[in-house]
Unconditional design. Structure first.
Ligand code: DGY
Length: 381
């Protein structure tokens, strides 16, 4: 018995309903839920449409309201945990989660995940190519954190550790429903925590490749990602010191294929608008936090305003800065939140100007080799 769940908030109801209809039409799927962040016009529109899909496919299709289960900002984590809790109580064998904003969702996502579960994998994550300037939290925060905290395991090599597209089999759903760490993570940090928790369950993890990439709305200036950035950073910090998957952990993956040509040309965010956010001078509180870096690194950053020195934020300097953030960042502290965003912005812009501008293949090779280098550095410490 398989269930599909779409958490949603402000996505276009017709997109959410289109994705729900695709899931309902799949023979492997017995029921579809959308979990709404709040009551309102969007939730009502999806609820009305769900009734029609249910009648057309003769299976239950419904909208749930997310419950307040966690301790952090009420967000995507509460939505996913609402579904995990209820699916565990109902005893579903397989639960698929998909972000509601995917514009190229089709049955092959479901079929690919089901096939891997049929082959005995307890968790299936979807992997897909993304634009060279997309996934900047994945590439600059999460994968480097996995490389430092869990070197030598498969975690740093997972393609989409922040992806909300995952299939969980019953034992995974039950363990996640019983995990305090997962339940408390009500914000954007949920994907990081789910990726970690499912990787240490010992039930096998498979990455199913979606060759066309995940198509979704892209960003304006990068301040649109500030909340996600600080919450994903905090989630990464919360993993420091925890045990990683064992060397015998079962991990399989479809091979990657050549990304579609149009995806290689996409610029995922507004570069000039983001550059304007850097600021001409370092705020005093942030400068005193940066001063905790080794002298040479702090000197390189503080010798001029952020908008003039951002190009110095290369992979080596970022390794030091990322280490400082991982060890000292405090969620809810305005100075740390503002500083973490500014430093990440400097890193993303430096990479965009220096590497992403060289072409897709060069940029992706650079990102992958940087994470590998961080992992090697971390293992030798
Ligand atoms: C990421 O970095 O993967 C986030 O989805 C933002 O693009």
């Amino acid at each position: 018995m398989s269930l599909v769940v779409f958490p949603f908030k402000s996505e276009d109801p017709s997109l959410v309903l289109g994705n729900m209809a695709i899931a309902a039409a799949n023979d492997a799927i017995d029921e579809v839920w959308a979990v709404a962040a709040e009551e309102g016009a969007g939730e009502k529109a999806v609820d009305r449409g769900a009734g029609e899909i249910s009648r057309a496919h003769l299976k239950p299709v419904s909208v749930l309201l997310q419950q307040r289960l966690g301790k952090l900002r009420p967000g995507k984590g509460d939505a996913m945990n609402t579904a995990i809790k209820r699916a565990a109580e109902d005893g579903w064998d397989r639960v698929h989660f998909y972000d509601a904003d995917i514009t190229n969702f089709d049955s092959s996502w479901i079929d690919g995940a089901e096939a891997a579960a049929d082959n005995g994998y307890g968790v299936v994550r979807h992997r897909f190519p993304r634009a060279a300037t997309d996934a900047m939290i994945t590439w600059m925060i999460t994968r480097p954190a996995f490389a430092r905290i869990f070197p030598g395991t498969f975690l740093p090599r997972l393609d989409q550790p922040l992806g909300g597209e995952v299939l969980l089999t019953r034992s995974a759903v039950e363990s996640l429903a019983g995990s305090e760490m997962v339940r408390e993570r009500s914000d954007w940090g949920i994907d990081t925590v789910l990726t970690y928790t499912t990787s240490v369950m010992g039930i096998g993890l498979y990455e199913h490749h979606v060759a066309d990439g995940k198509r979704h709305a892209l960003y304006g200036s990068l301040d649109e990602l500030k909340e996600m950035l600080i919450e994903c950073l905090d989630a990464a910090c919360s993993l420091d010191g925890l045990p990683g998957p064992g060397s015998d952990a079962r991990h399989g993956s479809d091979p990657a294929s050549d990304p579609p040509e149009d995806l290689k040309r996409i610029v995922a965010y507004d570069i000039e608008g983001s550059r304007r956010l850097l600021g001409k001078v370092w705020p005093e509180d942030e400068a005193s936090l940066v001063a905790a870096l080794p002298d040479e690194a702090a000197g390189r950053l503080l010798s001029d305003g952020p908008d003039r020195v951002f190009g110095r934020m290369d992979a080596n300097l970022w390794y030091e800065v990322h280490g400082l953030l991982l060890g000292r960042f405090v969620l809810g502290d305005p100075s740390w939140e503002s500083l973490a965003f500014r430093l990440w912005l400097m890193r993303v812009l430096a990479y965009t100007v220096q590497q992403a501008s060289q072409g897709y293949d060069e940029a992706m090779g650079y990102l992958r080799s940087t994470v590998e280098r961080y992992e090697t550095t971390a293992s030798s410490c």
